[in-house]
Every structure is written in C-alpha cells, then in structure tokens.
Design a binder for this molecule. Sequence first.
Ligand code: 2P0
Length: 323
Amino acid sequence: MTKWVRAHTNIALIKYWGKENEELIIPKNNSLSLTLDAFYTDTRVTFDQSLVEDELILDGEKQPHSALGKVQTVLNSVREQAGITSPALVESINHVPTAAGLASSASGLAALAGAASQAAGLKLSQEELSKLARRGSGSASRSIYGGFAEWIKGTDDATSFAVPVDDANWDIGMLFIIVNDAVKEVSSRDGMKRTVETSAFYEGWLKTLDADLKAMKQAISEKNVESVGQIAERNALKMHATTLAANPPFTYWTAESMKAMDAVRALRKKGFTAYFTMDAGPNVKIVCKQSEMTGIKDFLLTHFEADQLIEARPGPGIHTLEQ
Ligand code: 2P0
C-alpha cells in the first residue's frame, strides 16, 4: 500500500505573477513565500494497471475527467521518469477550514508530486520534487519546504525550482480575514496571462522585483517582522495594480477586501505590527507577530465575525504520514 503524503500551503510575500513559458511553468520572476501550518492537503497515489484511466477522488468525491488537467501533468511526468504506463488512482483530502475559500493548488499539487513519485518508486531530491510540483502549479514548487522558500525562476525545466530560505522558527505568523468564499471570476492562471499580455503596468512591476526580493531576504535574515510586512504589502499592492491596467481590466478586490485593508491600517495606528497581502482572490492575509495575534484578533472581532478569522503559523515542508 502506498503512503499518504502531506504538503502545506504557502502564501507569497514576493508574488509570482506571470509566466515566461506556460507549458513548463517557468515564471517571469523569482518569488518568496511562507509555508503555513493551518492549511494542508493529504494525498495518496496508487498506480493500477486495472484502471481504465486516471481517477481523482477529492474529499471523497470522484472528480470529472475535465478536472484532472494539472494532476495529469504531474502524473505524466512521473510515469515518464519512472518508465511506467499504468493509470493512477489519486486520493486527496484538503484540510482547509470550511468556507475558507482559499485556493489549494499549492498544497494540492505539492502533495501529489510527493505521493506520485513515491508510488512510482522514484527517489527524488527536494529540488527534483520542487520541479515536479512546479509542472502542476507554479506556487506548489515552494510548498516542498517549511518556513520561507524562494522559487528561483531559472530558464528551463532543469533550472526552475524552489530552495529553502529560513525555517521561520521565530515570532512571525499570518492571520487570515476570509471575506468571500465564492468561486473567483478570473482564475490566477488566466489572470496572470492576461496581465502579461495586455497590462501597461506589467513591465513596471517586473522592474522593481529584484529590489523587493533583496530587501525581503535581508528583513528575514534580521527576523524583522515590521520590514517583512512592509515589503510584502507594497509588493502585493503593485501586483494587484497590474490587473487594473489589463485589457479587459479586472481586480480580485471586493468592498470587503478594502474594509479588511482599512482594518489593518487601523491596527498599525494602534501600534500593532500588521501588514496585509492578497492573492488571486478577495481574502486578506495579515503578516504579524505570533505574540500579537490575540490582540490583533480582539480588535478585528469588532469589524468581522469570529469564523472569518483564521490564525496561521509557519508550517513544515512536505512529509510522508506513517499511518
Ligand atoms: C503566488 N499566485 O505567488 C501568486 C500570487 C497568486 C497570486 O501562485 O498557473 O495557482 O498553476 O502556476 O500557482 C497562484 O498561481 O498558478 C499564485 P499556475 P498558481 O502565490
């Protein structure tokens, strides 16, 4: 029997937004993230000659064949590397708090890379696992590692993978404000493609990234949450600005997102170290100190419901579950 593999999700502090090569998923820029304890995916893969085709059971429900795109990219790569032809049964459980509305492609595709390579008898290094996960979904390349990870953009399949940066075993965490769990109108894959192809702001975004990345790594090495947060917030705002200049223009923000951003600014006025970041959806994530999370939550409870707030701390890298 093959084993279950667990991978945790990550949130980027320096965002990945745009591909140089869409098939191989080679990004336009390096990105840097924090892997979190609160959200993860458990996956088990069984290669089985008796199956007619690949099957995906997600949270106990068999998925339509049309939902297998990213999954099959990873499975095909594993079959090619291992020299096998059998279809695979993929069983996957997403551990994301109910109604969180958070994308699970990072943890999902990373767990799949680990489980499928193990089931095929491949003994991959973390670097090779990161490349395999990247083929499924770019952000998954970073979920191989715990703590902070940097996805080095590289130039081809062999040189584009993530590396660990810092274990984040210090006073940093993230508080999620869940404002909407509806399925988004523009997927991140389509959104970044449209932005690269049409946004007049895209070149400007790319120009500032080396400086952001350098400053972020310096802040992490100093364990300086204030700087990490400041740089992350600026970087996220720049990424979201590019979508407004796309054609047709779009935004992932809602009125509730703006309310959450205002609440974070109010937290700063009260003296908390609190900065926001946002991804391809309306939810807002606050970069903060673990030691201040209770106080931050108490303040936010005057603006949001308790079930909209989820605490997250740095999480571990990909690992096999023993039972
Ligand atoms: C990130 N996002 O760095 C950025 C910030 C969303 C905004 O990675 O097309 O699901 O599968 O490579 O990884 C979301 O994009 O996209 C993402 P694909 P993915 O986390």
